[in-house]
Design a protein around this ligand. Structure first.
Ligand SMILES: C[S@@+](CC[C@H](N)C(=O)[O-])C[C@H]1O[C@@H](n2cnc3c(N)ncnc32)[C@H](O)[C@@H]1O
Length: 412
């Protein structure tokens, strides 16, 4: 039995969530608290997938209020959790009866991260914001509440997610400018904007964003890539296609923008059979499991994808594979399991580059991610370790849609 009508209960759960996020230091202002306690998240997440372990990997079980009861359902909706709402670019919780496999392709980001990013963005009254990655529309609605719907534009790549978000945003009473399209191209007609916030990650800052945000305005986005290293960068836009800023604290990651997704790793066996050399690894598997080392690996080997494989009964092998250059590095445990050997082949010694980046960071005293800066010019985007003689790395070259290579197109 419910003690309160669902609306009252939801309102109390919103207050409780706001208290928790305030105590955690994520919610820092009365203005965003007012938005968080007003916007009904349940409208944006009418159903979601619950994550579980299956015999052959992750399984996703649909979670719907009818099956769970409204009270239990609302508790989940107002937990500080990401709620996955779409798998594989088209499977929604109402489409399946039981657990299914698949890759998340849309979600409602955990509210703690949403409000933390909105606080980091810090738009003033009257500011105009462009959001990339509408998803469920929840974060869009928070911004509408805070700034007014006519100050908010949001772009969603996925047609089904865009349509569902439009319905939810409208039924919650907001009327922002909603676009179904590629957010990497921004919104030329609706700009200029004072701020851009991306809730999907990018490999390279799209030039359109630099054109569409006014000089002095802010871009807040995660920069990531195919090894899954990630960092949240806040950039101030300059004149003529420039921007600069710093990475912010926290382990922040988002699903990668679909046009920036890795090409399928269909047949890499020939690539791994190339002539190669082997040596003891100085940094090994832990690179894939540690936040800043993985971020550095990403910067040092921007074309590489991570993969782990295991032959019947054999040890796990960890690979970094760069299909475009035809290079690879494979980590194999030594026979006494005291360390790893690394085998490298192809034109680039990927693991040498990754180890050199981690060595340079360790030599600088292993500073936090806030020690890294990002400078964008019309010709180059550079991440630098902001220490005396700190090393730097270049982000992948931006490819306009018309000039995208076949693999970029396939990745959509
Ligand atoms: C983590 S979800 C967004 C969460 C959302 N802000 C919310 O509160 O529900 C990321 C979204 O980015 C979308 N996306 C991916 N690539 C995109 C692109 N190039 N342009 C616009 N949206 C994109 C995905 O389809 C997905 O819905």
């Amino acid at each position: 039995m419910t003690d309160h009508a669902p609306d009252d209960r939801a309102a109390r759960l919103r207050e409780r969530l706001a208290d928790r996020l305030e105590n955690a230091g994520l919610l820092r202002s009365a203005a965003w608290r007012a938005a968080l306690t007003a916007v009904p998240r349940e409208v944006f997440v009418p159903a979601f997938f619950r994550r579980g372990d299956g015999p052959r990997g992750t399984l996703w079980t649909p979670a719907l209020p009818d099956a769970e009861g409204t009270d239990a359902w609302l508790e989940d909706v107002y937990a500080d959790e990401t709620l996955v709402t779409q798998l594989d670019g088209g499977v929604h919780p109402g489409d399946v009866d039981g657990p299914v496999g698949g890759e998340p392709t849309s979600s409602s980001t955990l509210p703690g991260l949403v409000v933390r990013m909105l606080e980091d963005l810090a738009p003033k009254d009257g500011a105009r914001v462009l959001e990339i990655g509408t998803g469920t529309g929840y974060s869009t609605a928070l911004m509408c509440h805070r700034l007014g719907s006519d100050h908010v534009t949001s772009i969603e790549y996925d047609p089904a997610a865009a349509a569902r978000a439009r319905t939810a945003i409208t039924s919650a009473g907001y009327t922002p400018r909603l676009i179904h399209g590629d957010g990497l191209l921004g919104d030329e007609e609706g700009g200029p904007y004072d701020h851009l916030i991306a809730t999907c990650s990018v490999r390279t800052i799209p030039p359109a964003w630099l054109r569409q945000v006014t000089p002095g305005g802010t871009i807040l986005t995660t920069v990531s890539g195919w090894l899954s290293g990630s960092g949240l960068a806040r950039l101030t836009v300059g004149e003529n296609g420039t921007a600069e800023g710093r990475f912010l604290p926290g382990m922040v990651s988002f699903m990668i923008a679909r046009p920036h997704a890795a090409p399928a790793l269909d047949d890499y066996s020939d690539l791994l059979r190339q002539p190669s050399d082997e040596r003891p690894a100085r940094h090994d598997r832990e690179v894939f499991q540690s936040w800043i080392p993985l971020f550095l690996a990403q910067l040092a080997a921007p074309g590489a994808q991570g993969l782990s494989t295991r032959a019947d009964g054999g040890p796990w092998l960890y690979h970094a594979i760069d299909v475009s250059s035809g290079s690879f590095a494979t980590l194999t445990p030594t026979s006494d399991e005291s360390g790893f050997l690394v085998r490298q082949g192809g034109p680039h010694r990927l693991w040498d580059d990754i180890e050199a980046a981690i060595d340079a960071w360790e030599t600088a005293g292993s500073p936090p991610q806030t020690a890294f800066t990002l400078t964008v010019t019309p010709t180059e985007q550079t991440v630098r370790l902001d220490t005396p003689d700190g090393p730097s790395w270049t982000l992948p070259t931006w490819l306009p849609p018309a000039r995208r290579t076949r693999t970029d197109t396939l990745a959509r």
